[in-house]
Design a protein around this ligand. Structure first.
Ligand code: SF4
Length: 270
């Protein structure tokens, strides 16, 4: 997988886990599943196992190899807090984020119960870091609103909402402690429609609350046709990024090798 991303709100993707299982209606047309399943059975391909969940220890140190600061979407092809990802592996992913602190990380999940538990427990140190942004997906009221409450119950320094695919009017949200809101419609085959009034409501709520608002896309079967302007303009809000210094190359690469080696040993001994 290339590190560069076409996703409008990030620079790069990093996938130390591949594959996932569906949890809620927002997963129905999961782009990661569609992509991964095209390569099921292709020997030697990173997605030769299709969308079955797989840890990728050899990718753990990847951000340490990137010297220029990037915004990195963590696990664009999975969900870091999936129940089949061991705590020890999540800790190793976070260890890389704590070492390669010149980047900004965007960790997005549909499994906020585990996120809440870990950020209030073994990941408390990482939760306080402003270069790691923790987010939940919100596609509707039933599944999305409890996720927002769980996120608000974490000590995360930067919390964000990815309201995509927006499937209904989610009403008035509590934006207490939320630093960023992304909104987008579903794209690709079978895309479900999104109404302008739902988006405008969210944009206005963000404006009142002083929360940066990013409008990603209208979506649809051919998303380029519909673009990403809302009432005549684009909305590209982001939280403030922190500028942390990089490390000397020899140290960066040594850390990357150490983390990957230690994960491989842990997985081998089971
Ligand atoms: S949680 Fe995310 S990656 Fe997993 S199936 Fe749902 S949409 Fe796909």
């Amino acid at each position: 997988m290339s590190s560069l991303s076409k996703i409008e709100w990030t620079d790069a993707t990093w996938n130390p886990v591949r594959g996932c299982t569906k949890v809620s209606p927002g997963c129905k047309h999961c782009y990661a599943e569609r992509f991964a399943e095209r390569f099921r059975g292709v020997a030697g391909h990173p997605f030769g196992q299709g969308f079955d969940l797989r840890l990728v220890p050899e990718k753990l140190g990847e951000p340490l190899r990137w010297c220029q600061p990037k915004m990195i979407f963590v696990n664009s092809m999975s969900d870091l807090f999936h129940p089949n990802v061991p705590d020890s592996f999540i800790l190793q992913v976070v260890e890389t984020m704590l070492l390669a602190r010149w980047h900004t990380y965007q960790v997005l999940t549909k499994r906020p119960d585990r996120l809440k538990k870990m950020l209030n427990g073994p990941l408390r140190e990482a939760a306080a870091e402003k270069h790691i942004w923790w987010g939940v997906s919100v596609e509707n009221r039933r599944h999305g609103l409890p996720r927002i409450s769980d996120l608000q119950a974490t000590p995360a320094a930067v919390r964000f909402l990815s309201i995509e695919p927006l499937l209904e009017d989610v009403g008035t949200l509590s934006l207490d402690g939320i630093s960023w809101v992304i909104v987008g419609g579903e794209s690709g085959p079978g895309a479900r429609p999104m109404e302008e009034s739902w988006v405008v409501s969210l944009q206005k709520q963000c404006k009142v609350a002083g929360v940066p608002f990013f409008f990603k896309q209208w979506g649809g079967v051919r998303k380029k046709v519909h673009g990403r302007t809302l009432r005549g303009r684009t909305h590209d809000g982001f939280p403030k990024r922190v500028n942390n210094p990089s490390l000397p190359a020899t140290l960066r690469l040594q850390h990357a090798r150490d983390i990957e080696q230690s994960a491989l040993v842990q997985i081998a001994v089971g």
